[in-house]
Design a protein around this ligand. Structure first.
Ligand SMILES: [Zn+2]
Length: 129
């Protein structure tokens, strides 16, 4: 906790008023998530490594969802991302798995929230491009 207190003091003394807020995203995913490796397989059965880009045009050619039931959803989801022109589907390392320590807001972060309540905003995010 002391280290986090020092970090927050350092940030505050260095950047002062320029820090408007610190956002804790509460990012949360099921292990079987469209942006995780284990959701997909190549036609020869290999999972895509983290940071692989999967375009809608890759689906059915390079990559398919392991569960065929998800095929239509993956096409709609990737096309929707691509149509907005900002994002494409990227495979991320497994993270923030629901029920794991990676999803929890750690005790030390919670402690700094008590010390600096005005800096923190909590948001929910389960969306990834
Ligand atoms: Zn995430």
């Amino acid at each position: 906790m002391f280290v986090y207190f020092l970090i927050m003091n350092c940030l505050h003394s260095t950047y002062g008023e320029r820090i408007g807020s610190i956002v804790i995203t509460l990012d949360s995913h099921h292990r079987e998530h469209i942006a995780h490796s284990n959701f997909w397989k190549s036609l020869d059965g290999n999972e895509p490594p983290p940071f692989t880009q999967i375009l809608s045009t890759d689906i059915g050619i390079k990559w398919v969802p392991k569960d065929e039931f998800n095929l239509q959803h993956t096409l709609e989801y990737t096309k929707s991302l691509e149509s907005k022109g900002r994002f494409t589907l990227i495979i991320w390392p497994d993270h923030c798995i629901i029920g794991s320590n990676g999803q929890a807001v750690g005790t030390k972060i919670n402690y700094t929230r008590i010390l600096y309540p005005n800096f923190y905003n909590l948001t929910f995010s389960s969306f990834h491009s």
